[in-house]
Design a protein around this ligand. Structure first.
Ligand SMILES: [Zn+2]
Length: 458
């Protein structure tokens, strides 16, 4: 069994794999701060050198910001693109770190050995899991696994300003049959997960305008319409008593969760009491007929993110304001079009405006959800591979936040992505004392070897 040989090779070579990760972690590639531009370039150059040593043809590609890294190995089988990012978040507040964030160390954490440094989990440790799997594979087989493109970005932590133009300009080169993205985590401590649905987002700020100027409530109160009264009445009706959004047509295009996925989610045993308990709450407030996991991953939401108007400073001012404003956002799911949702929301508000009130609509913006084609056999192959390594069934999960690169791959390259990662909730990414469990690193490398082996067999 050559897979067994690859896995043993990974086990034997783990100390050297860690050493290479430490080297990368020593480069302070903070993308948002121009003081570290040279370090970002150095991290990119380091990765190119590693890729070349592995047998990829590789180069850095200049952008108006930090360079991209592209590596290519034309082999047999389906063309797979692997994505990670080499840039990291700033380290401040530095005084909350127990050591220099760029002097990585392996030390004992509460649940076993950890690698501690900025970027250990997000995303250097994760991207190195894939390279180390490729290395062990090559050591055993003499060639790299399959038909691979490696794509590393250096601006993920600073908004990816160069990503879309780069994807557009290099569409032919980067369009593969499938993308693998390693920048997510396990579900719970030991349950491997493949993120297959990412919610979209639509947002808008608006103002309700009443009188031409602020008024004195002793003179105009009662007779003049107060825009805060209008705003709160309308937004107070945004959800019904069962948590359903009341904008007409809001749920029209929402796809139901496939039964196989719904069954997997049931099997995850999500502890919503602990999830909400962690933030001092106890009762789910979303759609009453949906499970909490559905509410987070596969159902759309509406939230009032901010609301203001009138006098909110110290003391009291009996003003009757001319304006009241709010910021409202919607998390969108498969099938929903932000270009339909935002106008529907606007029309719903307008229909409820009393005489003398006008709506001022500011900068509506939206991006749709991305949902991967899990009928692609690679998804089941990866699920089987992860389940074997972690000795627990892997699940196709959703992601409540957003991972824009997956959506961009789909939008600009027409390519689905499997998001597989080995981070844990307590990795403290973006925070002081970031760490990556040695187990995440080791089993992450082994996981990729198994995934690549399964995909190669297809
Ligand atoms: Zn990341």
């Amino acid at each position: 069994m050559t897979l067994d040989a690859v896995l043993s090779r990974i086990d034997d070579a783990l100390p050297e794999s860690c050493d290479r990760l430490m080297e990368l972690l020593r480069i302070p590639s903070i993308s948002t701060d121009p003081a570290y531009d040279g370090d970002c370039a150095q991290a990119a150059a380091w990765l190119v050198q590693e890729l070349k040593a592995l047998g990829f043809s590789a180069s850095t590609r200049p952008t108006p910001g930090h360079p991209m890294v592209v590596g290519r190995h034309a082999g047999e089988g389906r063309h797979i693109l692997f994505y990670g990012h080499y840039d990291v978040q700033p380290v401040d507040p530095l005084e909350l770190w127990d050591r220099d964030p760029f002097d990585p160390v392996q030390e004992n954490g509460p649940n076993g050995p950890v690698i501690r440094a900025r970027g250990a989990a997000d995303d250097k440790g994760q991207l190195m899991t894939f390279l180390e799997a490729c290395r062990a594979w090559k050591d055993v087989h003499g060639v790299l696994p399959g038909n691979l493109t490696i794509f590393f970005e250096g601006e993920e932590e600073s908004g990816s300003p160069s990503l879309i133009p780069f994807l557009r300009e290099n569409k032919d080169e980067l369009s593969a049959d499938l993308a693998l993205i390693c920048d997510t985590g396990l579900f719970a401590d030991q349950t491997p997960a493949i993120v297959t649905m990412l919610r979209g987002l639509a947002k808008v700020e608006f103002t309700i305008q009443g009188a031409t100027k602020d008024l004195h409530s002793g003179m105009f109160g009662g007779v003049a319409m107060n825009p805060i009264r209008v705003l709160t009445r309308i937004l107070g009706g945004l959800h019904d008593e069962n948590g359903r959004v009341q904008v007409p047509g809001f749920y029209d295009d929402v796809a139901e969760l496939p039964e196989t996925v719904a069954a997997q989610w049931q099997g995850l045993g999500f502890d919503h009491a602990a999830f909400l308990g962690g933030v001092g709450l106890s009762t789910p407030a979303g759609e009453a007929d949906r499970t909490p996991l559905e509410q987070i991953w596969s159902r759309p939401t509406a939230e009032i993110n901010g609301i203001w108007g009138g006098y909110t400073g110290a003391g009291f001012k009996t003003v009757l304001p001319a304006q009241a404003s709010a910021k409202v956002s919607f998390r969108l799911v498969s099938g929903q079009d932000p270009a339909k949702i935002l106008p529907a929301f606007k029309a719903w508000i307008e229909a409820q405006l009393p005489p003398d009130c006008a709506l001022i609509w500011k900068e509506p913006e939206g991006s749709p959800a991305s949902v991967m084609e899990i009928t692609d056999p690679a998804f089941d192959a990866a699920r089987a591979a992860l389940s074997e390594e972690w000795d627990r069934p892997a699940a196709f999960v959703g992601c409540g936040g957003s991972i824009p690169v997956a959506g961009y791959f789909k939008e600009f390259l027409g390519m689905d992505a499997m998001l597989i990662g080995f981070g844990r909730d307590d990795d403290q990414i973006h925070s002081p004392n970031e760490k990556y469990d040695l187990e995440s690193f080791h089993k992450g490398i082994r996981s990729w070897a198994r995934v690549l082996d399964r995909i190669a067999q297809q």
